[in-house]
Design a protein around this ligand. Structure first.
Ligand code: 6PG
Length: 245
């Protein structure tokens, strides 16, 4: 473990290996938490990196996970139809949700069929707050990815959302396509009991170094603003993104 960094870095040869190791740790935490508390809340990340992990969870690890005790949330969503190829919900449905026996009522997508993104954000915040009794403990595990310029969920550099301290869910206009998105803000993410980043590829190297450096300004690199108030932060990375120094 490299000391003095924002979180613990676990480096692997490639995406397949880091995803398999993360899947095994997720199964361990699920068993620990469900045996004591009976329920496990998991916030999924969008993008392409987590697809390998989701595949492991829905195939080789499928039958050791008590899916009826799992509640699925989303860290962010593109404000498009859930049937659009760019929808995070569609990606999760196709790589994970369709293949596991999770009750429909346990899946909490960010709905995108409101007249506008603001109404969608308000509705999702209500659903998330209803699930968590207080504000100190939110997701048992939040999965996050990171863009090449350091964004996470749909928290992008210089976004006003980075300074949001009250709302848990906000609509944002981003430089990415599609531009309009709904995203969790730092408060609910940093109140998670476990946060796993999955980062792979040489293109993420610079952003990863910045994200784990405690002095980094989170307005420049939003992933650096993920600092759980009481939970554990683990970076599951490959050696392309984190060359062993
Ligand atoms: C999204 C994700 C986003 C993603 C990063 C990394 O909606 O796209 O929430 O934060 O994790 O953009 O994406 P890749 O894994 O595809 O590099």
């Amino acid at each position: 473990m490299v000391h003095g960094l924002n979180g613990e870095i676990k480096s692997f040869r490639n995406l397949e290996d880091l995803s398999a190791a993360a899947a095994d740790r997720i199964v361990e935490i699920i068993h620990e938490v469900v045996s004591k508390e009976g329920v496990f809340s998991l916030a999924l990340s969008g993008g392409s990196t987590p697809k390998t992990l989701y595949k492991f969870l829905s195939t080789t690890r499928r039958d050791v996970i008590p899916w009826d005790r799992i509640h699925i949330f989303f860290g962010d969503e593109r404000y498009i139809s859930q049937d659009d190829l760019q929808s995070n919900f569609r990606m999760a449905r196709e790589t994970l949700l369709e293949a596991v026996p999770i009750p429909r009522e346990n899946v909490h997508p960010i709905r995108t069929n409101f007249p506008d993104a603001e109404k969608a954000a308000v509705a999702y915040e209500r659903e998330v707050r209803e699930f968590f009794p207080g504000t100190e403990n939110t997701f048992t595990l939040a999965l996050l990815g990171m863009g090449k310029e350091g964004h996470t969920a749909s928290l992008f550099p210089y976004s006003p959302a980075l300074d949001e301290t009250d709302r848990w869910v906000v609509p944002v206009s981003t430089p990415a396509l599609p531009p309009t998105r709904i995203t969790l803000t730092y408060p609910p993410l940093n109140s998670s009991r476990n946060i796993f980043f999955l980062v792979a590829g040489a293109g993420k190297r610079e952003a990863l170094r910045a994200a784990v450096t405690p002095s980094t300004d989170h307005h420049l690199c939003p992933s650096a603003g993920i600092k759980p108030s009481h939970g554990d932060l683990i970076w599951w990375v490959d050696t392309a993104a984190w060359p062993s120094s």
